[in-house]
Structure formats: C-alpha cells, structure tokens
Design a protein around this ligand. Structure first.
Ligand SMILES: [Zn+2]
Length: 115
C-alpha cells in the first residue's frame, strides 16, 4: 500500500511548511493527482486522515484532490486526445504519442494555514 508512504511524504512536507510559516493549524491541503499516477485517491485520503489525526497541527485538515485526466498530444495531426488504459495512441491518425500532456502528476498545489 504505497498510498501510506505518499501520505506520509505529504504530511511531512505540509508540516515543514507549516512550521516555517509559524502556523498553528493546517486547515486544508490541495493536491493535484493524475489518473495515471497510480495513486488510489480514496486510499490516500484515508491514510492522510489517519496520519494527520496524530498531529495537533494537522488534525482535522481537509484533503482536497484535483484529479487530472490522462491526456497526450499527437504531433502527427496536432491534437490532444485522452489516453485510455495507458495506450497513448492517437484516435484520429493511429500514431503513437510519447508526449503526455497531463495525468501523471502528483503534487501539492496549495495549503491553507491558520496562523
Ligand atoms: Zn494523430
């Protein structure tokens, strides 16, 4: 279950930032997660809740997730298309694309603190 390790990294990063900002409490954390990142968001939310409940600064912090669709760009016919089941093949010209536009991200977008 690698969501626990990911949640731990997120909690660590948020905690570091919170102490840097002298925040008393973390109200919310917003993440951007691509649908091809391999992260199960329900499981990540669960782990995040479990870990944050142990930290006074983070207890009750909301986890907001922006889900990003898996999309690629075709240079052959110059258009963007959605990738289904990890097959980045252009539906129009059938060329394979190696340019992923979105869907693989896993990052913290913003955090809301209470000072
Ligand atoms: Zn194409």
């Amino acid at each position: 279950m690698h969501e626990l390790a990911i949640a731990q990294s997120i909690v660590d990063a948020v905690e570091a930032k919170a102490s840097e900002c002298n925040a008393v409490r973390v109200k919310a954390v917003r993440l951007k997660i691509g649908e091809a990142s391999g992260v199960v968001t329900d499981s990540l939310s669960f782990c995040f809740e479990m870990l944050t409940s142990l930290e006074p600064t983070l207890a009750g912090a909301k986890l907001l997730i922006d889900s990003m669709p898996h999309r690629a760009f075709c240079h052959h016919c110059d258009h963007e298309f959605s990738v289904t089941n990890f097959v980045a093949q252009c539906p129009t010209c059938k060329e394979w694309s190696n340019e992923i536009v979105s869907g693989t991200e896993l990052q913290i977008l913003e955090m809301e603190f209470e000072a």
